[in-house]
Each structure stands twice: as structure tokens, then as C-alpha cells.
Design a protein around this ligand. Sequence first.
Ligand SMILES: [Zn+2]
Length: 203
Amino acid sequence: MSRKNKNKLSDLFAQHGLRCTKQRVALYEALYNARTHPTADDLYRSLSDQVPAMSLATVYNTLEAFCDVGLAHKMPGAGVNGSARYDAERGDEHLHVRCRVTGKIADVPEELSKEILNSIPKHLLQQIEQELGYSVDQINIELIGQNQNAITDLREMEEVSKRQQRRRQKCIDVNDPDYQKGLAAALNPKMPKLNPPQKEESD
Ligand SMILES: [Zn+2]
């Protein structure tokens, strides 16, 4: 990250009452650059090499702090395991479309989002305000459907998750083809062929 960017981020954090730390900068940049609406776990894994000292709890708490001061948004329960996903505040107004199979979320382009939001009849909002006693100042619509690549995406996600689990647990996976090959080689070593023992002539 350039010094200019770091200064900008330190100003941004200061404006929102947050102290600028190396971990916060790394996490904010990762969240801002990801257009995938990552979960806390996704971000923790993507930063594990860059900021090895950062725990999953710190990632989670920092994301919550970003949300509290308006630097990020939380989409509760949108992850594939019911975990929350996060989005950096970008100063735009976009809706989200979520895949019900993978939990992945994509941004609806801002122009389209605006068109959808503006197409909600004002008189219906007024009616809701009057009947329910609310003053509506924000509308949040999530579109839900199945992405055409959902099944491939799901398989990929499962593969990645399995690989990461293996790496994390540092244990042997008996189903891993490489492990099985190694085991087979260990059990059936290619020994040099020995000449069969000569039969002793009896009689
Ligand atoms: Zn978004």
C-alpha cells in the first residue's frame, strides 16, 4: 500500500473515530477490494499470510467496529453456513442479488438499483407510514435466486474449504489421492526382484 493511501485511510478512520492500526488498514483494504461480500472467515483466511498475528475474533470485532461507525455494512445470515457477509461502504446505493444455493452475493449495478428503488410507488410508502406509524427513510431490497454457475461454484467452494481445513488441522486426509498413492507405495514397495531360492535337490 502506498503512503498516500495509508494517509487517506488514517484520515478516514480518524473521521469515524477509529484509531489507525496495521490490522485495521489491512482488513479495510481487503474488504474494500473484495467485490464478493466476504464473510469474516473469508477475510481471516485471505489475510492469514499478510497479517499472521490477526485472530478470527479480531477480524470479526474489527468488521463489527467498521459497521458501527458506517464504514461497512453487514448482511446477516447470508453466508453459505448462515454466517454474515460484509460490504464496504462505497458511497453508492446498490441493491444485492443473492444466490440461494451458494450464499454468494453480487452487486446490482447502481443505475439498475436506482431504477428499482424509484419504481416503488410513493403513495404505497405513505400508506405504510400512516397505517404502521413509521417514517420510512431507507429501503433495503435483496433479490434472491439461483446463479447459473451455482453448482460449479458450490463444488469449488467445497474443494477450497476442504483444502483449507486440511491445512489448518495439519492432519492426514486418508481420502487424499496423493496420500493414498504414498500409502500404496509404502505398503507395496517395489523391491528388486530376487532370484527365487534354488530348490535343494533331495534324495
Ligand atoms: Zn454490495
